[in-house]
Design a protein around this ligand. Structure first.
Ligand code: FPP
Length: 232
């Protein structure tokens, strides 16, 4: 059976979920944060090692101000409340993205949870926050050029393995599976370099309604794809 070590999820459809219930888009994000917990539980149960969650993209800044503020405050409230539980459950938090451009309270909350859970060795929950795939590649190129110019290395040393060490996700293996909920079938500037060889799975379900059963269904389908592929 195919071992899925790293699953990455584009948690789309929160806004529409809210609107369709006569709620605000932000209430949709709140429901999304709750669905996230079910997915964390299911990942532990399924022995997945790394769960990357696209929580705020570099494109999301163009959303209405209220919504951006809400999304910036969500980690502050959520992580403060959840940190003791993450410790108890041996969950390690990582953050992938340009955290320097975040409001101080947001980056502090993220940093604190990364530091406090640093020595945990259970499920890794990696929040992609202010993340863009192009930005990731570009900042890596800039750092590579810097190191070459400073004579820290030769240009011909730069191969895929070395370049990977300059990406925001440097400490993580590439995702085996990328799931996008909410009906759209696009990568939308998510882990562009990292998902080159990943399986892709699209679900029409809005993220707040995504659950353990649907995650298992996605994993099953991908495992079936792989087993068919191996026979032929
Ligand atoms: C996309 O849905 C979702 C987001 C922009 C935010 C997702 C964030 C969470 C689920 C919670 C994150 C929580 C923490 C603690 C980091 P959308 O707004 O694009 O939905 P739409 O396509 O229906 O408009």
């Amino acid at each position: 059976m195919l071992n899925l070590k790293h699953i990455a999820i584009i948690m789309d459809g929160n806004g529409r979920w809210g609107k369709e219930r006569g709620l605000t888009r932000s209430q949709g994000h709140y429901a999304g944060a709750q669905a996230m917990e079910k997915i964390i539980d299911a990942s532990i149960e399924m022995d997945i090692k790394i769960l990357t969650l696209y929580a705020f993209s570099s494109e999301n800044w163009s959303r209405p101000k209220d919504e951006v503020n809400y999304l910036m405050n969500l980690p502050v409230k959520y992580l403060k409340q959840k940190l003791p539980e993450f410790m108890r459950r041996n969950i390690k938090i990582l953050v992938t993205g340009n955290t320097e451009a975040l409001p101080e309270s947001t980056s502090k909350a993220l940093q604190k949870s990364v530091m406090e859970t640093e020595n945990n060795n259970g499920l890794i929950v990696n929040f992609a926050f202010n993340y863009g795939g192009r930005d990731d590649i570009l900042q890596a190129v800039q750092k590579v050029i810097y190191d070459v110019q400073k004579n820290n290395m030769e240009l011909d040393q730069v191969d895929e393995a070395l370049f990977q060490q300059y990406l925001y996700t440097k400490e993580l293996p590439d995702p085996d599976l990328v799931i996008r909920t909410g009906g759209e079938k696009r990568i939308s500037n998510f882990l562009l370099w990292q998902c080159s060889l990943s399986e892709l799975y699209f679900s029409d379900v809005y993220f707040p309604d995504f659950n353990e059963e649907l995650l298992k269904r996605a994993v099953r389908e991908v495992q079936e794809r792989k087993s068919v592929h191996h026979i032929s």
